[in-house]
Design a protein around this ligand. Structure first.
Ligand code: NAD
Length: 294
């Protein structure tokens, strides 16, 4: 469907993505592949170059595997632009923030977005896994236009998106966000209340933390824990491999937010997880986590 034919569904054509790590790059790719014009922001020129390489490599692999044609790869790349200046987001219809899982960093970004984005009914969304959306909403002068749009990793592959309205989010913002996610991006949307972890992480994080506790206590080796769940329960990836894929800093931050919210022991990050984060062993993205990576 061409963008011009979609006006009955939504008038969103220009998207901004803040952060070009694993999730930001994936979200930018999904939006650009769907025909939207996407501007990506990072903190430094170096981080921006890393993000650009991540995106170019991912699109290159998609073309090599025949998921897109070489022409689609090139037109998708043409729809992407990069900046280190959030001021350039002035004309965006929708902004999706995907920076580190840190409430203060995200709050400051929402304050800046509120000042620079000129369209009065622009949607300001966060890809947060666990930070209360209402906190980001009230940091702006338009709390009715802030919503959680939570993608899964890797965003170009995973079909699911969680939509999380804050207490302040309007029905109109929800309706428009859902239209973008389902009709333009082609994802399956589920709705959840603004409670830490929403649906998927509320179930997944306690499971991952249990696997880390099991490994820490010496009950079984990392391989046996992962094989147990892959071969015994037909999971595509065991819990320690999955924690490495998500990023151990993100797993720890999400667990901390959930523990802060519910005060239940099952959400408490085990000491080994914290030590690995302190050591900079964050999983695949740093080349070392529960497993080494090339
Ligand atoms: N990793 C996952 O599996 C996963 C899945 C769903 C949602 N999330 C959420 O997505 C968000 C990002 O996670 P990630 O895995 O992509 O992390 P990541 O560490 O791969 O990337 C974070 C990026 O944010 C950038 N950044 C930090 N501060 C910034 C700022 N002020 N302006 C612009 N960029 C900034 C960093 O340079 C980095 O590139 C988090 O909120 C996380 O909870 C992660």
């Amino acid at each position: 469907m061409k963008i011009s034919e979609r006006h009955d569904v939504t008038d969103i054509e220009r998207v901004g993505v803040v952060g070009c790590g694993q999730m930001g790059a994936g979200i930018a790719e999904v939006c650009a592949r769907a025909g939207l014009s996407v501007m990506v922001a990072e903190t430094t020129g170096e981080a921006l170059e890393l993000g650009r390489t991540r995106l170019t490599n991912s699109l290159g692999k998609a073309a090599e595997r025949g998921k897109i044609t070489p022409e689609e790869r090139d037109t998708t790349l043409d729809r992407l632009s990069f900046t280190t200046d959030l001021g350039e987001f002035a004309d965006r219809d929708l902004v999706i923030e995907a920076v580190v899982e840190n409430e203060q960093v995200k709050t400051e970004i929402f304050q800046v977005l509120d000042q620079v984005v000129t369209r009065p009914d622009a949607i300001l969304a966060s890809n947060t896994s666990s930070i209360p959306l209402v906190k980001l909403a009230v940091a702006t002068s338009r709390p009715d236009q802030v919503i959680g749009i939570h993608f899964f990793n890797p965003a170009p592959v995973q079909k699911l998106v969680e939509l999380i309205p804050a207490l302040t989010t309007s029905d109109e913002t929800c309706r428009r966000a859902e239209a973008v996610v389902t009709e333009i991006l082609g994802k399956h949307a589920i709705r959840a209340q603004d409670r830490s972890g929403f649906v998927v992480n509320a179930l997944l994080i306690p499971y991952l933390l249990s696997a880390i506790r099991m490994f820490e206590s010496g009950t079984a080796s990392r391989e046996d824990i992962d094989n147990g769940m892959e071969l015994g329960c037909a999971h595509p990836m065991g819990p320690l491999k999955l924690a490495d894929l998500i990023g151990l800093d993100t797993v720890a931050s999400v667990a901390d937010s959930m523990y802060h919210e519910y005060k239940e022991a099952l959400y408490a990050a085990p000491p080994l997880l914290q030590r690995m984060v302190d050591a900079g062993r964050l999983g695949r993205k740093t080349g070392s986590g529960f497993y080494p990576y090339a």
